[in-house]
Design a protein around this ligand. Structure first.
Ligand code: TRP
Length: 330
């Protein structure tokens, strides 16, 4: 176990997950747990940068935890925990705040985007968010951080902070590498296939939620934007809608894009969409069954996060102790 490379990643506890999370994130997490020593976190402290209803925030942590396990994460193989239960995150986050320059945080594109979106609540937490995230990563002596392209800048900042600290105080943190999803694994909106599928999309039928019913899924796929060519061919620039559906189909079926082209050679979009919709429904069925079971079994979920958080704290507390010693914090 100890000689395996260490992975840490997390998803913000901000609501229901969608197909992009499932294909781009959860399935990758599940694959990685065989090969790596994985820490998977429910990032609920990060969720505070936007005003949340407390009941919802609590419920969202359970939902995310249930999604992790329903997708196939195994608490025996991976350490699955809640950020708020491992107090070392907030503590190292504060320390790193003091080693991060305003100029560095000012350059973060996510900060710029989010402050434009939440202009009435540009709080300090939104600004220092990347330092908290750096703390998440550095506490576990992480080798690899699987994330989307949008988080790469944060992982790069994490590396800079780790190097800065190591230079000042001697070897303390492992320098992590970003581990970015393959381009093909990026799932786009069904109505706006030029933007990543997102739960904050306001366009109806743009996003397939993991808890959508089979009927809803079929309906959304049938309505997905395509083009007037009528040919199932992969061409992101000219046929973003069809290409996105092909990506979804190829990943779920575990076949290449060429195989998808062959399978639908001479067939129209109607047949193609039916096949894509059915593939999604079939793929999500076991997930949904498991999820529905878990979400009604809070006691089980509590036992998972309690044990996971205990295991996470074991590792995190060693790093934080070392940091405090080096800084002169008694
Ligand atoms: N910032 C990430 C996101 O919005 C979530 C996150 C928080 C995270 N801490 C992390 C991801 C540590 C990877 C590692 O998607």
């Amino acid at each position: 176990m100890e000689d395996k490379k260490i992975i840490l990643s997390g998803i913000q506890a901000t609501g229901d997950l969608h197909l992009g999370h499932y294909i781009g994130v959860l399935k990758r997490f599940v694959e990685m747990q065989e090969k790596y020593n994985c820490y998977y976190m429910v990032a609920n402290l990060h969720a505070l940068t936007v005003r949340r209803d407390p009941e919802e925030l609590r419920e969202n942590a359970y939902k995310l935890l249930a999604s992790y396990i329903a997708a196939g994460l195994d608490p025996e193989k991976s350490t699955i925990f809640l950020q708020s239960q491992v107090h070392e995150h907030a503590e190292l986050g504060w320390v790193l705040d003091c080693y991060t320059y305003m100029g560095e945080l000012n350059r973060m594109t996510q900060f710029k985007d989010k402050s434009a979106k939440h202009a009435d609540n540009i709080n300090a937490g939104l600004f220092t968010y990347p330092a908290l995230m750096a703390g998440d990563i550095l506490l576990y002596q992480t080798d690899l951080v699987p994330t989307g392209e949008d988080q790469k800048q944060h992982v790069e900042l994490t590396r800079d902070l780790a190097e800065r600290f190591n230079k000042l105080y001697g070897d303390t943190f492992k320098i992590p590498e970003p581990f970015i999803e393959k381009v093909g694994a990026r799932i786009m909106g069904l109505q706006d296939p030029t933007s990543k599928m997102s739960k904050s999309s306001t366009i109806p039928n743009d996003t397939i939620m993991l808890i959508d019913t089979p009927d809803e899924i079929m309906k959304k796929v049938k309505k997905a934007v395509t083009d007037s060519e009528g040919i199932v061919k992969f061409d992101v620039a000219n046929k973003p809608g069809v290409s996105n559906l092909m990506t979804i189909y190829s990943i779920i079926k575990g076949i290449s894009i060429e195989d998808v082209e062959k399978e639908f050679d001479g067939k129209g979009y109607g047949d193609f969409k039916t096949a894509v919709g059915e593939a999604i429904v079939k793929e999500l069925e076991p997930f949904q069954t498991k999820y529905n079971e878990l979400i009604n079994n809070k006691e089980y979920l509590e036992s998972i996060y309690t044990e996971g958080s205990r295991k996470a704290a074991e590792k995190a507390s060693k790093t934080l102790r070392d940091v405090y010693d080096k800084l002169g914090l008694i």
